[in-house]
Design a protein around this ligand. Sequence first.
Ligand code: C5P
Length: 311
Amino acid sequence: MYVLRRRTRIEIWAPAKLNLFLEVLGRRADGFHEMETLMASISLFDHLTFTASEHSDLQLSCRWATRVSNSADVETLPTGQDNLVIRALDALRQASGAQAGLSVQLVKRIPTAAGLGGGSSDAAAALVAANLIWNLNWSTERLSEIAATLGSDIPYFLWGHAAVCRGRGEIIDPLTTSWRQHLVVIRPPEGLSTPTVFRQVEISPTPNRIEPMLACLRGRRDREIASHLFNRLQSAAARVSPWIERLQSEFDRLDVQGHQMSGSGSSYFGLCHSARHANRVSKLLQSRCPGYVFPTRTLPGVFERCTGSNN
Ligand code: C5P
């Protein structure tokens, strides 16, 4: 995430993520699944503006960015207590004893029910902003504990732009990598529910290993990354939505380096050689498939927090 501190407000650009590798290792007694996944953030951002409130209320206004609402079948956004941003602020207030309110304006670009982590990234942004505005001085470790109670993907967004995530997703091992990848992403007209997809997953007695992909990243063998793409949830999602197989065959016809579904879907992505290639593939896909299509690239692995104080 990118954080900009202004005099009277904090602005945060909260990125989407993709899962380049995702293996499900087992079912747990608490209803979750043990997993191992490699997540990387991409240059598609929700934008959040946080302003200290004179009252003790937590207020959220939320809208789709014009480009998204014009080009996709967008879902209605929750603005009340059921929005993860409000739940995150509420949880932090209760845990810290803070009494102050906060007003949040959220402009969404990251499609929902897409496996891109948009809601989780927004919630992580809310924790970071409230920590600053309420002068709590909590460490990332402490914010992570709250984040994990709200959603398995949320801690990842507090730690960086690339990480291996284990447990139910909340145990984060950040990666510093110089790997930059151009991609094209599509969110078909139908989203997918994470619990529904997890219910369909078949756990393999011989799980795939993440190490070969990590070795490529560490050894800067970028061209080999495509051959290690893997997502155990993809076949599960394909049993729930016909879009997954349709997108798989569309991408088979494109000259991308490799392709797969992200997270629990329904978004699907392809690896491209360059920005030009990603733009070309994006246009081609747009002409063939309904949905929200965009070219993008991974963010630098190192976490950057920018601070500024202009107005
Ligand atoms: O943690 P989060 O709220 O994102 O999870 C949503 C649902 O996805 C869970 O209630 C669970 O059904 C499923 N899930 C899972 N194993 C995980 C993460 C999520 O079964 N590791």
